[in-house]
Design a protein around this ligand. Structure first.
Ligand code: HEC
Ligand code: HEC
Length: 210
């Protein structure tokens, strides 16, 4: 290999992982599958895998009701319970009314430290909006919320994929569910599996259990 080739190969190998993280508007449509190309049965199977993710503590602990009290699962425990230290998200959902979440949960793209250090993300730590309620809900209820544009931030199936990619480009809460810091369990599969399942579920017409 001559020098320029080596330089080009090096540049490509350095750029590949970087460009994978750069988000372009509407990128989720690249993951989308043609509507109707996935059967209802396969869509329901995809939903079962999605359900195991969205009901997992790494996801559900922030998607709480209007009470605004975050949930945590301290290392070594398997059951989720009310966040210690009397923390309250308030109407702002970022704790602005009392102790802001950011007092402990840093905004940083650095990897998470092992539990019990407070987890962090590349975007400001906060509870999910009240309508995006998952904690304590059944899989069927969460499924209906996720496909209801009045309660999911106005997102159709492709826009949901977009949200996953956009969040990942910011080192947001979703990919970090699979990199929560040593000592914390992770949802089944990988982030990429979850994107694929959401694409299949969407293409099948977002079927939900009754
Ligand atoms: C730190 C708290 C937090 C955690 C942990 C978290 N989320 Fe969220 N989630 C949010 C916030 C805040 C929003 C609102 C963002 C927006 O709509 O732009 C949100 C919105 C969403 C949405 C948009 C649509 C909807 O109906 O909810 C999806 C999908 C989602 N989260 C998936 C996940 C998944 C999957 C996980 C786990 C891998 C997860 N979240 C973990 C805070 C969190
Ligand atoms: C005084 C420090 C402090 C403040 C303020 C704080 N937290 Fe936490 N939080 C922690 C610590 C420490 C942990 C990790 C506990 C463990 O894993 O043992 C944690 C864990 C969590 C978890 C569990 C994450 C997971 O993956 O299961 C959620 C959700 C959470 N906090 C939400 C919030 C929200 C929302 C706010 C603001 C309303 C907030 N926290 C404010 C210290 C804090």
């Amino acid at each position: 290999m001559d020098r320029t080739l080596i330089a080009a190969a090096l540049a490509a190998s350095i750029m590949a992982p970087l460009t994978a993280m750069v988000y372009a508007e509407g990128e989720g449509s690249r993951d989308a599958l043609a509507p109707g190309s996935v059967s209802r049965v396969a869509g329901m199977e995809a939903w079962k895998r999605i359900e195991a993710v969205v009901t997992h503590p790494r996801c559900a602990n922030c998607h709480v009701n209007a009470g605004g009290i975050p949930i945590w699962t301290p290392a070594g425990e398997t059951k989720s319970r009310v966040h210690g230290m009397n923390i309250h998200g308030g109407a702002s959902r970022i704790g602005a009314e009392a102790i802001p979440c950011s007092t402990c949960h840093m905004t940083s793209t650095l990897p998470n430290d092992p539990a019990p250090a407070p987890p962090r993300a590349g975007i400001p730590w906060q509870l999910a909006p009240v309508e995006f309620l998952w904690y304590g809900q059944s899989g069927a209820e969460i499924c209906k919320q996720l496909r209801d544009r009045a309660r999911n931030g106005g997102r159709d199936a492709v826009a949901l994929l977009d949200h996953l990619r956009h969040d990942a480009s910011l080192s947001g809460f979703i990919p970090r569910g699979w990199e929560p810091g040593e000592g914390r369990s992770t949802p089944p599969g990988t982030f990429e599996d979850h994107v694929r399942d959401m694409a299949e579920w969407g293409a099948a017409g977002q079927p939900c259990p009754e």
